[in-house]
Design a protein around this ligand. Structure first.
Ligand code: ADP
Ligand code: MG
Length: 693
């Protein structure tokens, strides 16, 4: 239940003065539907209004003048502005209005009246001696001059809602903000010299100077920490709740040992570590919620296979779900033979299974005749039932919704969850994305992989690259050529890819094209021809099939590489360099390359470690969503900046753990205050925190 003290903030924005039926949708668009949302909308900058005289005026600055109205100049012709000449003893200032306010202005500001006027001072082109203010921000009687703010916050603009109007709403929402009981630890507040919540909000909407708006200013850090703590607390609560839920006890079994012995290679140290962490969870009697993180090709699938063999040893079933049919098929091909050699029955279930064939597979799952199911969304359809599902493994879990995953987990009792992801999240941000999961990392590549030689080249050098490709293809190599979706228009992007494919086909044999608008079956068919080696150059618009494994492909060309996140480029590059061939990656860019873009591409050339690349990219690009994290279930913070405030993330996670250790149900006075905090940010243990939940 929401505490009553928060009610004034949890009412519609239309309760704010001046927010009527026309304005309300605009405020909702910019901030959100309730007063709290206006309160949590941070200004983007600040205008400082100095008061000065005309002879001291500085062009293009926002300034305030005390003037006497000298006279009105109505327009001579339609379309000309209405002008007021004003005088302050040191010079003349022209005030300009482009719309027909004339008679009204004349009444409001008669000749000889004294006025305070404020706005951006300009010198119109061709009138070197004339200073003007077009559409003054303020023009008030002299005695009201004090009402013109010296410092004025600027809010992100939206069409039809001027920043100054929104500022009024923000200030009113600030007035409505109650004094809330402190939820932060007193000693920590003291040490960090953090203001109270209300003081911090006041500094946000009524800053004294530019420094107050820096993400590093104490009031901003306080608000950021509040938000991060609310989130971490909810993640920790959810994790604790899950821990207390029993899962079937699965000890490490003989089948898994046999499967491991039969592998044609030795597990890497990182794989052994990940596997033993997973086994620890499976044997614990509590339900596992673990994420297995590792670069593409780091060997996650093998680890997953051994965990499934453990489940089978215990007489229990597993399901492995992949986002696309081709990925599901590849997983199936990887694990079916080694597991079947041990006498286990593994099936592939996708949208293609129909009729009697499908019915037979379902019957086998229901009877327990099949031990392991690999598949796509087809796995969680309503009529799919398992005899004893105990472990679900989800590949590229961010591509499934929470509900889809639940539907699969609900097909068993206390089903263990292992999610696999190749999206490199920098360590510093891991807690914000996966705070409610345990994480195992495979941070070591199987031996014998040669690094992919990576270089950047300007697009005009494509003919040379094609020439070299021709030689490589003659020698049996295969290549990916990615034409990413970069423009606003899918049609244009598709055309660019089609043109590229047509162009390449004139110079190279075996060019194929896949794109997002193709029917899945057709797309799969082209992919299959690439896997089979009939297509030697695969032109693709999207990275949908990033997980696909074609060991013979050794060349990756990426157009518009400068517009990709580094993590994504790294994932794409991971598609090659899997076989024995020397591999290369060409990052095409449209010259000239900015310095930052240059540095970013350099990171890729120098490093082969997805986590390191993600971390450096983060540092280089600063704020925003540099890594495309939102797609990976990254939370959209209102006041915290995951980059500028990243030092606070781990502190908040620790704090949350401590709080719950002492007061698991948040019943202490601080606990009560923290509940209000969670309400404020909508982060309760039950809300959809992220896709990984
Ligand atoms: P991921 O799922 O992380 O993308 P995979 O499990 O598909 O990676 O492994 C990629 C390739 O590397 C597979 O061909 C697999 O057989 C091989 N592989 C996995 N682990 C090892 C290892 N320890 N040593 C050598 N090769 C390995
Ligand atoms: Mg994989």
């Amino acid at each position: 239940m929401r505490p009553e003290i928060l009610f004034p903030l949890f009412t519609s924005v239309s309760t704010l003065k001046g927010v009527g039926p026309r304005v309300a949708p605009l405020v909702e668009k910019l901030a959100g539907p309730i007063v709290r949302d206006v309160l949590f909308t941070a200004p983007s900058g600040l205008i400082r209004r100095t008061t000065t005289t005309v002879d001291q005026a500085v062009e293009n600055q926002v300034q305030t003048f005390l003037v006497t109205i000298d006279g009105h100049q109505p327009p001579h012709r339609l379309g000309q502005p209405w002008k007021i000449r004003a005088w302050d003893g040191t010079g003349f200032l022209t005030l300009v209005w482009f719309k027909g306010h004339g008679p009204h202005l004349e009444r409001q500001h008669p000749k000889s009246a004294r006025r305070a006027v404020s706005g951006k001072v300009e010198r119109p082109e061709g009138f070197a001696s004339e200073l003007q203010i077009a559409h003054p921000d303020y023009i008030v009687t002299e005695d009201k001059a004090g009402d013109i703010p010296l410092v004025e916050t600027v809010y992100p603009a939206t069409q039809g809602l001027p920043s100054r109007t929104f500022r009024k709403f923000a200030l009113e929402s600030l007035e409505r903000a109650p004094d809330l009981p402190e939820w932060q630890d007193a000693a920590w507040r003291e040490r960090e010299k953090l203001p109270s919540w209300r003081e911090a909000l006041t500094a946000l909407h009524a800053p004294a100077n530019e420094a107050d708006l820096s993400p590093l200013a104490r009031p901003r850090r306080r608000l950021a920490y509040d938000e991060l703590l609310a989130h971490q607390l909810a993640l920790a609560q959810r994790k604790a709740a899950r821990r207390s839920y029993p899962g079937p006890r699965i000890p490490a079994g003989p089948l898994s040992e046999a499967a491991e012995k039969a592998l044609p290679f030795k597990l890497t140290g990182a794989q052994i570590r990940a596997l033993s962490e997973i086994r620890g969870d499976l044997a614990s009697g509590e339900r596992m919620s673990r994420l297995l993180q590792g670069d593409v090709g780091s060997g996650k699938t093998v680890v997953a296979m051994l965990a499934m063999a453990d489940a089978a040893s215990a007489g229990l079933q597993s399901a492995l779900m992949a986002p696309t049919e081709i990925l599901a098929r590849q997983h199936f091909e990887t694990i079916a033979a080694p597991l079947e050699a041990l006498g286990l029955s593994v099936i592939l279930l996708t949208g293609r299974d129909k009729g009697a064939g499908r019915a037979a597979k379902l019957a086998g799952l229901a009877s327990g005749a099949h031990h392991i199911a690999v598949g796509t969304h087809a796995l969680f359809q309503d009529d799919v039932a398992f005899k004893a599902l105990a472990l679900t493994i989800i590949d590229e879990q961010h591509r499934f919704g929470v509900n889809e995953r639940r539907r699969l987990q609900d097909k068993g009792e206390g089903v263990h969850l292992l999610a696999m992801s190749a999206t490199p999240i920098p360590r510093t941000l891991e807690l914000t994305v996966f705070g409610d999961l345990d994480v195992s990392r495979i941070d070591e590549k199987p031996p014998g992989r040669t690094p992919v030689a990576t270089r950047a080249a300007p697009t005009p050098r494509v003919p040379e690259i094609v020439e070299r490709l021709r030689g490589a293809i003659a020698g049996g190599a295969q290549a990916f050529w990615i034409c990413p979706l970069v423009s606003e228009s899918d049609k244009l992007d598709l055309r660019a890819a089609e043109d590229r494919a047509a162009d390449l086909a004139q110079h190279l044999p075996g060019v194929g094209l896949v794109h997002g608008q193709m029917p899945p079956a057709e797309k799969d068919a082209v992919m299959q021809r690439f896997v089979d080696g009939e297509v030697s150059v695969l032109v693709a618009t999207t990275v949908v099939e990033v997980g696909v494994n074609v060991p013979n492909a050794s060349i990756m060309v990426i157009e518009h590489a400068d517009r990709f996140g580094l993590a994504q480029l790294h994932q794409l590059r991971g598609r090659v360099g899997r076989g024995t061939r020397e591999s290369s990656c060409v990052l095409l860019y449209d010259p000239p390359l900015s310095e930052v873009a240059q540095q970013r591409l350099d990171i890729l050339r120098r490093s082969d470690d997805g986590f390191e690349i993600a971390e450096k990219d983060l540092e280089l690009r600063g704020g925003g969503d540099p890594l495309g994290l939102k797609q990976s279930g990254f939370p959209a913070y209102r006041l915290a900046d995951p980059v500028a405030h990243r030092d606070l993330i781990a502190v908040a996670a620790d704090d949350a753990r401590l709080i719950l250790a002492r007061d698991p149900d948040l019943t202490s006075p601080r606990g009560q205050a923290l509940r209000a905090l969670q309400e404020l940010f909508d982060w309760k243990p039950t809300s959809a925190l992220n896709e990984a939940g």
